[in-house]
Design a protein around this ligand. Structure first.
Ligand code: FAD
Ligand code: DHB
Length: 394
């Protein structure tokens, strides 16, 4: 088999990258370890920044998103029984975010990708290995139905998430990894109940952090900070709802509509960055290169800038014979990655309970109190929440 760009991973990064390339006539093969239903069913991100919205439009897969996505102008922070709104739109000169689930976005991308003549998707690709990418002759090897298959390509895009094969195949002395693991996780619950509030609520509470999010006017997504040793089986729906109510100001808790869960899962929190993001003819994209704790909803939105920079650079290579953008990919992508890693770490640190020492909560409240009293403080949160701009020189 032969193609121009070999893509490992058919999650949002791999699918969207393939579409952006295809619209400039560039061919790709996507190797996905799972099947389509499995990838589409994973409940993950829910908030799109302008950069991701623009990419979906550019990739011509935005019809349903533009119809069904809910545009939000602000978020609410609660702490010490106070409720404070950050009016992102007015603080950032008109920027907003959109509620549109990763499950829906992935479905839209697969609908387009599977009809696209420039893109071949191979599901259930086993033991995928990128090889010879440092020697300028990149190949992807994999097993399908017991047969070993090799794909010759010009470039490899590693879009295979945190546990993927691309980063793992880089010689250890060429890569630096930075990691922080947080001492808690998020227990998420999805339910067909109307959201407790029209905007998202991020709650700092003595008992731990809580988040009230949503997928539509009739579907809610809630999260609770839980200990790393907690098990989903120990959290009945009733226990979840009771704990959530305790972490919200009373007047908000009183409005909470509860119902049976459609899904419950626990995700650990980590900050992780790989440097560089290019190894010869292989480029890392999205979660394959970096992970942020979910506070602030940056994970998928950070993959968006990687997809934008890499697609722009590959298009410049194939259509203009220019390689300067490919040479700048890693450095440019990493600048925005570190900015989001910083914000996600900081927002996590002021909103979560790290230990039982009461001074910690007092200091968090003092910081939140100061931020809310200052236009500069609120603007800092708003600017980071709506997403920092992509590098305009790309
Ligand atoms: P992924 O979505 O991980 O896609 C990688 C794909 O590669 C997968 O389909 C996988 O099956 C495939 N793959 C993996 N290994 C191989 C291999 N060896 N060979 C072939 N294919 C392979 N972000 C937010 O903004 N908000 C959230 O609430 C949020 N919640 C999350 C909850 C969880 C449990 C996780 C794991 C992530 C969450 N994120 C969230 C992050 C967000 O979902 C990711 O940033 C986003 O999915 C990144 O997309 P990606 O395509 O880079 O990686
Ligand atoms: C969601 C997840 C987040 O991490 C976040 O900050 C906001 C919303 C969500 O899944 O809806």
């Amino acid at each position: 088999m032969q193609t121009q760009v070999g893509i490992i991973g058919g999650g949002p990064s791999g699918l969207c990258l393939a579409r952006l390339l295809s619209l400039s006539g560039i061919k790709s093969v996507i190797l996905e370890r799972q099947d389509r239903a499995y990838v589409e069913a994973r409940i993950r991100a829910g908030i799109l920044e302008q950069g991701m919205i623009d990419l979906m439009r550019r990739a011509k897969v935005s019809e349903r998103m533009d119809k069904e996505g809910l545009v939000h102008d602000g978020i609410v922070l609660t702490f010490n029984d106070r409720e404070e709104r950050i009016d992102m739109k007015s603080l950032t000169g008109g920027q907003q975010v959109m509620v549109y689930g990763q499950t829906e976005l992935t479905k839209d991308l697969y609908d387009a990708v599977l009809k696209d003549e420039n893109i071949t998707v191979i599901f259930n690709a086993g033991d995928v290995r990128p090889i010879n990418f440092l020697e300028g002759k990149p190949q992807l090897q994999f097993f399908k139905d017991g047969q070993q298959i090799t794909v010759d390509c010009d470039y490899i895009a590693g879009c295979d998430g945190y546990h993927g094969a691309s980063r793992a195949s880089v010689p250890r002395d060429m890569i630096t990894e930075y990691e922080r693991i947080y001492p808690f996780g998020w227990l998420g619950l999805l339910s067909d109940t109307p959201p407790v509030h029209e905007e998202l609520i991020y709650a700092n509470h003595k008992r731990g952090f809580a988040l009230c999010s949503q997928r539509s006017h009739t579907r809610s997504r809630y999260y609770l900070q839980v200990g790393l040793d907690e098990k989903v089986e120990d959290w009945s729906d009733q226990r979840f709802w009771e704990e959530l109510k305790k972490r919200l100001p009373e007047h908000i808790a009183a409005k909470l509509v509860t119902g049976p869960s459609l899904e419950k899962s626990i995700a650990p929190l980590r900050s992780f960055v790989t440097e560089p993001m290019r190894f010869g003819n292989m480029f890392l994209v999205g979660d394959a290169a970096h992970i942020v704790p979910p506070t602030g909803a940056k994970g998928l939105n950070l993959a968006a800038s990687d997809m934008y920079y890499l697609s722009t650079a590959l298009i410049a290579h194939y259509t203009e014979g220019r390689d300067d953008l490919l040479d700048r990919y890693s450095e440019t992508a990493l600048r925005r990655v570190w900015a989001a890693v910083r914000f996600s770490w900081w927002f996590t640190s002021i909103m979560h309970k790290f230990n039982d020492d009461p001074i910690e909560h007092k200091i968090q409240i003092a910081e939140l109190d100061y931020l809310m009293s200052s236009t500069a403080g609120k603007t800092t949160i708003a600017e980071n929440y709506v997403g920092l701009p992509f590098d305009p020189t790309f």
